[in-house]
Design a protein around this ligand. Structure first.
Ligand code: NFE
Ligand code: MG
Length: 513
């Protein structure tokens, strides 16, 4: 008889997700465990942003859609900005494009740091271990007080630089590693503040930036602002190199079995992100290229192949529509999730950092190829091993490092004191789309305008791809598929399933929008 294992809600992710699985008993090394045979992802709430947008001024879209999420607001703002540019037939100015890239780069750093340290790290760290510390190291004593909640973050080592290593080697290695990661958990809170400040230098305010507009940004890049951004970038650059990347390797070394756990379809989608040319639309040159990988083969992106299925979703609108024609009519009585099921040429596609890396690697992006080959070679791994829990964490860290390096380049290209936007005319009618990559993956907004008002607005969002329910052909979504085969030791504490799902960095607030 199948055992049912559910997690509802799954904590330490954004939004409300339930995981429902069926598992069969298996004996491994003489121990009775459980293997997941099938899984369902249930988005547990409805929000209704697409309905809110209908009838509004098209320019409101970049402000309203940012409210879909507090973690990736810049991506929604920029998808809306590009959808407006595409609909109005206008293009960004050079300074505007650079400032948009810099604001988005800062938001990526914030998002990837929160994901590893504040959402996922507790899958790999025993935070209570610090309670067993009985020595005199003041830093560790502070951490112990912090875990006991008797001091706040601001009271412990204010302003202290982060230390990659402790000098307390009389303790067992795994305890030191736990304490090190707890220390970095606290420091990472500070780094997120820094990343938000950085985005606000040009975005004017965070999490929801007011300065993003079609053709660029309302801020003028003064020397003072460029230096304010740069000083914070220096801080993040060293945290990412000296702390985040080594901690990823630490987690990988402690849990090597997770190179083989959590693999899903070898299908990946990326729209590409960080515009490298002052243009709008699907074919624009970008820092991370757009493209697809289907069954391990790279193919160019054709956005006409995107559809959204709803036969297992709580929507009464027709199934299988292209997002340009999409409708969102709620029906709580049907399906098992509030997420739709986006498909590309009928395939479930993984999106996110791993998809960006796979699309760029297999599509011949030489910089990505070289960096990934280096890491795979030194860790004795194959490219396919990245389709795993640890692979997803690792490439998220790698891309953060690449984005930091590129941010210095964009900063150097900014023209000081020159405007970052231009005037344009607003047409009465039109339609268009904005395609970008949010930290969690491919993000598209489709917009129709009639008589100066939004007639239809459809968002197809990263976690909607990853955590989608079954489609019209009954194919499982990528996370549902990744859970299949996962071995659970204790059905009352299905930690292994949590690790698989969290590696995708789900945001259900975004996914149901
Ligand atoms: Ni709410 Fe988001 C990102 C978007 S994920 S976090 O990244 O778009 O679905
Ligand atoms: Mg939608």
């Amino acid at each position: 008889m199948a055992t049912k294992i559910s997690i509802s809600p799954l904590t330490r992710i954004e939004g409300h997700l339930a995981i429902h699985t069926e598992a069969e008993p298996v004996f491994i090394d003489g121990q009775r465990k459980f293997r997941i045979t099938q899984a369902q992802c249930e988005g547990e709430m409805f929000r209704g942003f697409e309905a809110i947008l209908a009838g509004r001024d098209p320019l409101d879209a970049q402000q309203i859609t940012q409210r879909i999420c507090g973690v990736c607001p810049i991506s929604h703002g920029l998808a809306a900005v590009e959808a407006i540019e595409n609909t109005f037939n206008i293009e960004p100015v050079n300074n505007g494009r650079l400032l948009q890239n810099l604001i988005l780069a800062a938001n990526y750093m914030q998002s990837h740091i929160i994901h590893f340290y504040h959402l996922s790290a507790l899958d790999f760290v025993d935070i209570k271990s610090i309670l067993g510390y009985t020595g005199t190291n003041s830093r560790l004593l502070d951490l112990k007080k912090w875990v006991l909640q008797s001091v706040s973050r601001k009271d412990i080592f204010p302003g202290a630089p982060f230390l990659p290593r402790y000098e307390v080697d009389q303790y067992a290695r795994n305890e030191i590693d736990n304490w090190r990661l707890i220390d970095h958990y606290v420091q990472a809170l500070e780094m997120r503040v820094t990343a938000h400040e950085m985005a606000a230098v040009f975005g004017a305010k965070l999490p929801h930036a007011t300065a993003l507009i079609p053709t660029g940004c309302t801020q003028i890049p003064t020397m003072e602002r460029v230096l304010a951004y740069r000083a914070r970038l220096d801080k993040l650059a060293s945290f990412i190199k000296d702390v985040y990347l080594p901690d990823l390797l630490l987690a990988a070394a402690a849990f090597p079995e997770y190179w083989k756990i959590g693999s899903t379809y070898p299908n990946y989608l990326s729209y590409g992100v960080f515009r490298m040319a002052n243009k709008t639309g699907a074919g624009v040159e970008k820092f991370f290229h757009g493209g697809t990988v289907i069954d391990g083969r790279h193919e160019p992106l054709d956005i006409e192949k995107i559809t959204e299925h709803v036969s297992h979703s709580r929507y009464a609108s027709p199934s299988g529509l292209h997002p340009r024609e999409g409708r969102t009519k709620a029906d709580a009585a049907k399906g098992y999730s509030w997420l739709k099921a986006p498909r590309y040429a009928g395939y479930p596609m993984e999106v996110g950092p791993l998809a960006r890396v796979m699309v760029n690697y297999l599509g011949g992006n030489q910089a990505v190829r070289k960096a990934v080959d280096n890491v795979l070679g030194s860790a004795d791994l194959a490219l396919e091993d990245l389709n795993s829990v640890l692979g997803r964490h690792l490439v998220r860290g790698l891309e953060t490092d690449w984005i930091v390096a590129q941010a210095y380049q964009w900063l150097a290209e900014v023209q000081i004191d020159a405007p970052a936007a231009k005037d344009y005319d607003m047409p009465a009618d039109g339609s268009g789309y904005g395609l970008t990559e949010a930290p969690r993956g491919a993000l598209g907004h489709w917009m129709q305008v009639a008589n100066y008002k939004i007639k239809n607005y459809q968002c197809v969002v990263p976690t909607t791809w990853n955590c989608s329910p079954r489609d019209d052909g009954n194919q499982a979504g990528p996370v549902e598929r990744a859970l299949q085969g996962t071995i659970i030791e204790d059905p009352d504490q299905p930690l292994e399933a949590g690790r698989v799902v969290r590696a995708f960095d789900p945001c259900i607030a975004c996914a149901v929008h």
